[in-house]
Design a protein around this ligand. Structure first.
Ligand code: NDP
Length: 330
């Protein structure tokens, strides 16, 4: 049973030597327990925060212990009548090939006909993040002009599509021309900025958003936030989902120099953590399954094969190696 442990706390961009691949025995099943074989696991930017030893909304990962994260597995042995052998389950027990449990931490996947790994992306935590940020936090209206950063990622690409199907004008920023083409040609996004090749980020975002920005779905922070604050329309809303530009910073980053725009433009800026909004998950899944079946929402996956590749997949998030959801197939 191979697992990935956190060997040391990364400083700056995580590196392979921060992780170790450890072989452990599989415990004998007790009464009431099930054995789950993980099929897929998720790597997510928020895991970088858990590698830092600090107080946060979620406890830090421990050194020399198995990491945790979203996973989809299959019940391969069962001493618990609630879980039949062959059932597909989701859990937070990723970064390992097998685990035993009494089942309290498992959710049996509903029958949707949609690939199981979608429950780590469009039908899982990233999808609910996109939906919650747009509908609850930003209170999206059809007339809104929306800008999304990290727009081709797991969350961003779903934000773009939900905003388009609500009737909004949608623009985003990405780190490559291939990602830009994906958004424009496949997802119908109205305009895209490549933040890596631009000479003037604010000017390019202004060109992409000729009528200004009513809703900013913030995934990046830093220079993006400063540029967008200057381009927000009065009474705009900023849903602060993440600030990936800062996750590997080793020194405090300078704040936007123009926060007074929040006052002048009467902006609402609100951070949120999707785990606080899990009560909305059943209604979200029902809606998203419908959109997928109607062909209104699609998604991409970037897949690394084998548990030993999980650290590389995780590090790749900070290098833009994924389009859509970054996954590891075990
Ligand atoms: P993504 O699938 O978007 O992967 C990360 C992407 O971010 C990369 O592909 C890369 O794309 C981009 N990126 C990486 N580094 C930088 C940088 N320095 N500046 C700009 N872009 C960068 O990840 P997720 O969709 O899972 O997460 C997106 C954001 O949402 C993150 O900030 C994450 O922390 C946040 N999040 C927040 C949640 C919450 O509850 N608040 C829940 C889930 C996610 P590119 O090639 O375009 O640079």
């Amino acid at each position: 049973n191979l697992q990935i442990h956190l060997k040391s706390r990364p400083v700056g961009l995580p590196a392979a030597e921060n992780f170790s691949l450890v072989s452990t025995p599989i415990a004998m099943l007790k009464d009431g327990e099930v054995l789950v074989k993980n099929l897929w696991m998720s790597v997510d930017p928020y895991m970088r925060g858990r590698m830092i030893d600090r107080d946060s909304y979620i406890a830090p990962f421990a050194i020399d212990k198995v990491l945790e994260g979203g996973a989809i597995g299959e019940v391969v042995e069962s001493n618990n009548p609630a879980f039949v052998v062959g059932a597909k389950v989701s859990s937070m027990n990723g970064w390992r090939q097998y685990f035993t449990t009494t089942g309290e931490d498992l959710q049996v996947l509903p029958e949707t006909g949609i690939a199981e790994q979608a429950f780590l992306g469009v039908l899982g935590m990233p999808g609910l993040t996109a939906f919650t940020g747009l509908t609850k936090i930003a209170e999206l209206k059809p007339s809104d002009r929306v800008f999304v950063s990290a727009a081709s990622g797991a969350v961003g690409a779903i934000v773009c599509q939900i905003a388009k199907l609500k009737g909004c004008y949608v623009a985003g920023s990405v780190g490559s021309d291939a990602k830009s083409r994906y958004l424009m040609e496949e997802l119908g996004v109205d305009a895209v900025v490549n933040y890596k090749t631009t000479d003037d980020l604010q000017q390019d975002i202004a060109t992409a958003c000729p009528e200004g920005i009513d809703v900013y779905f913030e995934n990046v922070g830093g220079a993006h936030l400063e540029a967008v604050l200057n381009l927000m329309n009065a009474n705009g809303r900023i849903a602060v989902c993440g600030m990936i530009d800062q996750y590997n910073a080793t020194t405090p980053q300078p704040g936007p120099a123009n926060l007074s725009q929040i006052v002048r433009k009467k902006l609402k800026m609100q951070g949120f953590i999707v785990f606080d909004h899990w009560d909305g998950y059943p209604a979200f899944v029902e809606q998203m399954v419908q959109w997928i079946q109607q062909g209104k929402v699609s998604w991409r996956e970037t897949v690394f094969n084998g548990i030993e590749q999980a650290p590389e997949a995780f590090i790749g998030l900070f290098e833009g190696k994924n389009t859509g959801k970054m996954l590891v197939k075990l």
